[in-house]
Every structure is written in structure tokens, then in C-alpha cells.
Write a protein that binds this ligand. Structure first.
Ligand code: CP3
Length: 333
């Protein structure tokens, strides 16, 4: 009787030393590197996919049909929150996301949040369709959302960073309000059947640790406190001084970007399961088996690490590379 991917993933997140094998999934595992996703996208816009629970389920299941993965993540986007706040999200091909009404006045954040029920329905449908996989819900972290919400598009986020310098009190009020919106969104996904939730602070590294600790950490502490009964994973991409940045916030796991020293992160955040750390570029033609072995060595083979990339799969990734990555994890002792 084999263990399910869901048991392997959750056992590892709970740091259960008796768990069999090592769990593996990939950030952005549903998406453009898969021909079947590109086929789906030739018939539907990204926004149509995200608003249709049935199409979200199909997109999330595509990688599970090809690869021996332990987890699935609901097909959605971090920018659904700004969209639900009335900011007018659109995606232009090759140009990334754009918000038509970026946040210039604090007033906009006092507006009510539109319904995100389509996300919770997508979680419920995926739960039923993939009972043996760990199911992740997710949200953008307050700081990463703030970046997109102030600038209205990706890039260096000059306006977001300038607005913090101009008025810390106002910025902190917005970040605190976003923390509550994010916690509500995560709790609703857990209520709909998600096993755990991941908070993506993709742009954490754009803020120095002092400013982050002063303005952003209180919101992370609030999210962690409101989700204390649940399993949670925090992704602080590109950030140094992790223990200062998390403050008193305790998440079950930390997702580690590729530049970080995994063994050092594990010493810095004792009691946290780690995830990730393999460079996405390795899947474009590097020694995949050696990279997986490197993670095994850095973790001493312990059953408190979830194998994953340090960031999302890039669209140019050959699907065969993902198979090799998963097989390399399966071959570990
Ligand atoms: O398997 C999965 O992970 C799919 C679910 C998912 C998407 N976005 C779908 C998506 C998740 C977890 C995200 C998170 C997300 N979205 C983040 C945080 C994680 C990270 O990668 O740093 C961020 C910063 C975004 C914002 C976003 N969404 C950008 C910048 C872009 C355009 C650039 C890009 O990478 O594609 C998107 C679009 C997007 N979100 C796509 C997908 C599958 C591609 C859309 C398409 O099909 O054209």
C-alpha cells in the first residue's frame, strides 16, 4: 500500500520523520511550458480561465497527468485581489499584468472587496478531482500586492518604493489592511478544501530588511496569527535576514529562492520546513540530478524539505526536464 502524495507532502510539512520518500511539486507547474496549456490558452484568455472553476481545474490537472507530482495548486493569480478591489486587471501578451486604476489615493483601499467566490469554487472542484494530492491555495503577500497596486504593472516598482519613503504611516495602513484581505482570502480557500496555503512575497528582496521589518513584518505576523490553526508556507524571494523579516510570524514552511544558502536558512529558521532552492534555469539544460542531490546534501536527507524550484517554471522549459527533476527526487534514499 503506497503512501499518497498528499500524505507525503503533509507529513513533511508537519516534520514527521516517519514519512516515506520526499515530496515534490513545482511553482507555476500549470502554465505555458505545457503544450496542452498553450492549447487551452489558444481558445480562452487568461482571465476567462481564472474566472471559470471548470477551466481552472483542467489547467491544474494538466501537469498531474504528465508528472508524478505530490501537490497541486489552485489555478488563479495573486492579482485577483487587486482586481476584486476594483483596480481593473488585464494581461497583455508578452507585457505581463496591468492594473487600469492603480492605487494613487488611500481611498481606494477602503473600497469593498468584490466576490472571489470563483476562486473558492475552483479550490472545491480541484479538491474533488485530485483527492490524493496535497492541495495548495495561495495569495500574494501584502508587500508584493502593494508593489503592483501602486505602480499598476511589474518592473522596478519605483512608485511603490517612493510612496513608502513619502509617507510611512499611510503605507503601513495600506499594508495592514492588505494583510487582513490576504488572511480572509487564504482562510476562505482553506475552508473550501485547500490543505495548505502559500503566501508569495515575490518582491520581498526589493525592500531592505530594516524597512521591511518596520512596515511589512507586522502584517505577516497578523496573517500568521489568523492562520495559526492551519498549515502555511511563506515565499520571501530574494530576501536576506529572514528571521528579522518574519519577526514573530510562524509559518509551517519557508520557500527558499535559488540564490539562498539552504543550510543557512534552515539554521536561521529552526522548526520551519523548507521548500525549493533549485534554480529554474537548471531545467533549461543543466545537471538536474546534481541539483537535486545538492538539496539532499544541504538538508542531510531529512524529511522536512519539500523539493521544488526557487521560483516558477519558465515557459521555455522542456517538459522532459520536469520529468527528470521529479524522477531525481523519486530516486533519493
Ligand atoms: O501552477 C501555478 O502555479 C499556476 C497558478 C499561479 C499563477 N500565478 C498563474 C499564472 C500562481 C501561483 C501565480 C502566482 C503569481 N502571479 C505570482 C507569484 C509567484 C511568482 O511567480 O513570483 C506573481 C508575481 C504573479 C503575477 C503575474 N501573473 C505575472 C507577473 C504574470 C505574467 C508573467 C508570467 O510569469 O506569466 C502573470 C500571469 C500568469 N499567472 C500566467 C499564469 C499561468 C501566464 C498567463 C498566460 O497564460 O498568458
Amino acid at each position: 500500500m503506497g503512501v499518497t502524495g498528499r500524505q507525503r507532502f503533509l507529513g513533511t510539512l508537519h516534520r514527521d520523520p516517519s514519512v516515506e520518500g520526499h515530496p515534490v511539486w513545482l511553482m507555476r507547474q500549470a502554465g505555458r511550458f505545457l503544450p496542452e496549456y498553450r492549447e487551452l490558452r489558444s481558445r480562452h484568455s487568461f482571465m476567462e480561465l481564472v474566472h471559470s472553476p471548470a477551466l481552472c481545474t483542467e489547467a491544474a490537472l494538466q501537469p498531474l497527468r504528465r508528472f508524478d507530482l505530490d501537490a497541486t495548486i489552485v489555478f488563479s493569480d495573486i492579482l485577483e485581489i487587486p482586481d476584486a478591489l476594483g483596480m481593473g486587471l488585464s494581461f497583455t501578451p508578452g507585457d505581463g499584468p496591468r492594473l487600469a486604476n492603480p492605487l494613487r489615493e488611500s481611498g481606494q483601499l477602503e473600497g469593498t472587496l468584490g466576490s472571489l467566490d470563483y476562486v473558492y469554487e475552483a479550490v472545491a472542484q480541484l479538491r474533488a478531482a485530485a483527492p490524493g494530492h496535497a492541495l495548495l491555495g495561495f495569495a500574494g503577500a501584502p508587500w508584493t500586492l502593494y508593489c503592483y497596486m501602486v505602480d499598476g504593472e511589474g518592473g522596478e516598482f519605483p512608485l511603490a518604493r517612493q510612496s513608502i519613503r513619502a509617507d510611512e504611516t499611510r503605507a503601513k495602513a495600506m499594508l495592514d489592511r492588505l494583510a487582513d484581505v490576504v488572511a480572509d482570502h487564504l482562510l476562505a480557500q482553506l475552508g473550501a478544501g485547500a490543505d495548505t496555503v502559500q503566501v508569495f512575497d515575490t518582491w520581498a528582496g526589493r525592500l531592505d530588511a530594516d524597512t521591511y521589518a518596520r512596515l511589512v513584518t507586522p502584517g505577516l505576523e497578523r496573517i500568521a496569527a489568523r492562520l495559526a490553526e492551519h498549515d502555511t508556507i511563506l515565499f520571501l524571494r530574494g530576501a536576506d535576514q529572514l528571521s528579522r523579516r518574519v519577526g514573530r510570524a510562524k509559518f509551517s514552511g519557508v520557500s527558499v529562492h535559488a540564490g539562498a544558502d539552504l543550510a543557512a536558512v534552515r539554521r536561521e529558521l529552526p522548526g520551519w520546513t523548507t521548500q525549493g532552492n533549485v534554480a529554474s534555469e537548471i531545467l533549461l539544460g543543466g545537471d538536474i540530478e546534481a541539483a537535486v542531490r545538492g538539496v539532499f546534501d544541504a538538508t542531510g536527507g531529512a524529511h522536512d524539505h519539500i523539493y521544488n524550484l526557487g521560483h516558477g517554471v519558465v515557459p521555455a522549459t522542456p517538459p522532459e526536464s520536469v520529468s527528470r527533476f521529479v524522477n531525481a527526487v523519486r530516486a533519493l534514499p
